[in-house]
Design a protein around this ligand. Structure first.
Ligand SMILES: C[S@@+](CC[C@H](N)C(=O)[O-])C[C@H]1O[C@@H](n2cnc3c(N)ncnc32)[C@H](O)[C@@H]1O
Length: 424
């Protein structure tokens, strides 16, 4: 099978969710037939609900190379192939695609690349920092010229603690760039090129290879504390090496822009005119008109306790964001999480057009002992949606695997579990 290029749109006529059900039942990949079962759930009104459930390798990296613009790291992001599967089948060009927990913006970016109108919401202000510039990518030369105007050698007071991550001269350059960007923001003159530079810099702050500004540390989406980094440095007998901040930003820019051909820029320019990006809680989005959205593709915060302040302190520092003001949903337990998700589903019911659909991705949590789709089905039904099917994308699926039982754990993070709802 020949992989499709990043910007290729497959010609599938937009389906209803009922047609999608027949489509996934008949789906074959590499001669593998789709396995079928049932997800059983009890709705709040006491009804017993059985949702047809399908397992196959519905999308893989072999089917379609993801667009280079997606290559920014974000905790618990999904692969672009996931939203693309639903965008291609359930919408047409010009339709509105929304992600209420947009993270790095995989769904809205993929929607924009496919000529759909993108709507994105996330409570984390860093997600707008990451997404907005990739909907308006500059040319490499524009970035080079803009960086040449920034005096990265300018002497300013350094946060001494940060020297555990950076060579003093590298930190000097990071701080000078940060000051320039914050000043542009204060003056109201931050433009698309500045936003792009900020997005790339945020992605290069810390990481585990020479492509990042820092000495070896945790991967870029998991910043560590100053104390923990001291221990990493001692254990590895390392001191932060000198890095060239401008050269690294240009290198990453070049990689991100690799697939930015004319069709990409045309699709993004059209989509940008109507795109809506919000930093808000997903259960309260008054800026989105009622009955305006054709498709929601999303993945909520799972039952993991994410410590936002610890994970994002460095990125927030660079962007001048106070991490103490960001309150992520962090389900304390399954019942709380289900209640929070029901509130989100009520809001999704409001913004969806009649006939619109929701693809709600949940992972396996707590070692596979909790299957969140069992909690998602009643939450959606309680909000007035109809659960049409559960789709499990299993990349290491074999005929002999016990797909319904605990053996499914062996699929680990390679499986995505998506509940598809419709608003009748
Ligand atoms: C699993 S991640 C989504 C990742 C996304 N699919 C991607 O590909 O990047 C969940 C997101 O939910 C966001 N979040 C947590 N609580 C929220 C809330 N109450 N309202 C909106 N977003 C929230 C987090 O900031 C995080 O970005």
């Amino acid at each position: 099978m020949t992989p499709l290029a990043a910007t290729t749109t497959i010609n599938i006529v937009s389906m209803t969710t009922d047609q999608l059900l027949h489509h996934v039942r008949a789906f074959r990949w590499d001669d593998k037939a789709t396995a079928e079962g049932i997800t059983a759930a009890a709705a709040d009104d006491g009804r017993h609900v059985e949702v047809p459930t399908f397992i196959n390798e519905f999308w893989t990296s072999r089917q379609r190379a993801a667009h280079s613009l997606h290559e920014v790291s974000y905790r618990a992001c999904f692969k672009p192939q996931l939203p693309r599967f639903f965008i291609d089948r359930l919408t047409e060009p010009g339709d509105v695609v929304y992600d209420p927990f947009s993270g790095r913006g995989t769904t809205p970016l993929e929607a924009a690349l496919a000529g759909r109108s993108a709507v994105a919401c996330d409570i984390n202000p860093l997600t707008a920092v990451l997404l907005a510039p990739r909907l308006a990518p500059p040319r490499l030369e524009e970035v080079r010229l803009r960086l040449a105007t920034v005096d990265v050698g300018r002497r300013i007071d350094l946060p001494e603690d940060h020297l555990v991550f950076y060579h003093r001269d590298t930190l000097q350059e990071i701080c000078a760039l940060r000051e320039y960007l914050l000043q542009q923001e204060r003056d109201g003159t931050l433009d698309d090129v500045d936003r792009w530079i900020r997005m790339v810099a945020v992605n290069r702050l810390t990481g585990h290879s020479p492509g990042f500004f820092s000495v070896y540390t945790l991967p870029p989406n998991q910043a560590t504390s100053v104390q923990a980094q001291r221990k990493i440095n001692a254990a590895r007998s390392q001191t932060p090496p000198r890095r060239d901040v401008v050269a690294l930003i240009l290198r990453k820019t070049k990689a991100l822009l690799k697939h930015c051909d004319a069709p990409t820029r045309t699709a993004l320019a059209a989509s940008r005119r109507v795109a809506q990006l919000m930093t808000r809680p997903a259960d309260s989005t008054p800026d989105i008109l009622s009955a305006s959205v054709d498709l929601v593709v999303t993945s909520p915060p799972f039952l993991n306790v994410v410590n936002y302040k610890i994970d994002n302190w460095m990125r927030c520092w660079f962007c001048g964001i106070d991490p103490g003001t960001v309150h992520l949903t962090n389900g304390a337990g399954l019942a709380d999480w289900q209640r929070d998700m029901t509130r989100v589903f009520r809001e999704l019911h409001r913004v969806l057009k009649p006939g619109g659909s929701v693809a709600f991705e949940v992972g396996e949590v707590r070692g596979g002992s909790i299957k969140l789709e069992d909690a998602v089905v009643p939450a959606g039904i309680d909000a007035g949606l109809e659960a049409v099917l559960v789709l499990i994308n299993a990349q290491v699926f074999t005929k002999t695997a016990n797909i319904w039982g605990v053996d499914n754990n062996t699929l680990g993070t390679n499986s995505n579990r998506i509940v598809v709802f419709t608003k009748r």
